[in-house]
Design a protein around this ligand. Structure first.
Ligand code: T3D
Length: 260
């Protein structure tokens, strides 16, 4: 491990962002938040990157705000911190035009849980857990958790989880639909890599536009969603990857997508 708060590794079209403060269970201090936002934006612009993985070093995924750094902050400064640091990070993750997978290797608490639910996929190890810890320290769930959670697990479950703040063990998270899969700890990295490789082989523009459609669908009615799909299909249908996909189908061979 280096002293960097965030490790960034790009390999075969997959960028892995590793929160690297294992002694503090990857709590988000100012340096880590800046580095993470910068990295999400950079991998978004890098055409060599087709898929992003977010994970934590050591035994935790991320335990949210570094409470040692922020202890004693007043309400006004917490609001500023959210507006200036957390909210741009969550929006950057949602607006990232490539799939992002949370490899939840351990506890995801507070804004660490928010980070995980903002991703497109969550693969969790058996010993992972989700802790909506905000209420315990007299705070409101933030960084999008009140928005994402009802959409993932339904409003009644979300209310139960956020009002009790009880830890959610990985198998329960799977049952609730909070994670896509739970695997043995030793299998997490290979399973995430297998999913990332599959996504990296897909047509990048089609995935980007699919994310746009999914994001938009959460906010509009059916009529507008249909119109938006049609306009995105106009873009996707004009790509070389669409031509390649159809040719590969006809020739009964795997497609070779270039992102063009
Ligand atoms: O700026 C703002 O404040 C507004 C934004 C808020 C967003 C938020 O994220 S608020 C929520 C912040 N997070 C929490 O409240 C979680 C606090 N942590 C815990 O409840 C527990 O640590 C866990 C349930 C996550 C894990 O428990 P356990 O028993 O596995 O580990 P531990 O012994 O409690 O922690 C291990 C170490 O990590 C320990 O350090 P030490 O004593 O060994 O030197 C502990 O202090 C440190 N640690 C854990 N969480 C944080 C942390 N250090 C700084 N900040 C943390 N959030």
């Amino acid at each position: 491990m280096t002293g960097e708060p965030l490790l960034v590794e790009v390999d075969g079209g997959v960028a892995t962002l590793t929160l690297n403060r294992p002694d503090a269970l990857n709590a988000l201090d100012a340096a880590l938040k800046v580095a993470l936002l910068d990295a999400v934006r950079r991998v978004g612009r890098d055409n060599a990157v087709r898929v992003v993985v977010l994970t934590g070093a050591g035994r935790a995924f991320c335990v949210g705000q570094d409470l040692r750094e922020s202890s004693g902050d007043d309400g006004a400064s917490l609001a500023v911190e959210l507006r200036e640091q957390y909210n741009p990070l969550i929006l950057a993750i949602r607006r990232l035009e490539k799939p992002i997978i949370a490899a939840v290797n351990g506890v995801a608490a507070g804004a660490g849980m928010s980070l995980a639910v903002a991703c497109d996929f969550r693969l969790a190890s058996e010993d992972a857990s989700f802790v909506p810890a905000f209420g315990r320290i007299g705070l409101v769930p933030d960084s999008g958790l009140t928005w994402f959670l009802p959409r993932l697990v339904g409003p009644a479950r979300a209310a139960e989880l956020l009002l009790t703040g009880d830890p959610i063990a990985a198998p329960d998270a799977r049952r609730l639909g909070l994670v896509n899969a739970v695997v043995a700890a030793v299998d997490l990295a290979p399973e995430v890599r297998a999913l990332a490789d599959r996504l990296a082989a897909a047509a990048p523009r089609a995935l980007a536009l699919t994310k746009r459609a999914l994001n938009r669908s959460l906010e509009v009615g059916l009529e507008e969603a249909l119109a938006y799909e049609a306009s995105l299909q106009g873009i996707a249908g004009a790509t070389a990857d669409h031509v390649e996909g159809v040719a590969a189908f006809r020739e009964k061979r795997p497609p070779r997508f270039t992102g063009e």
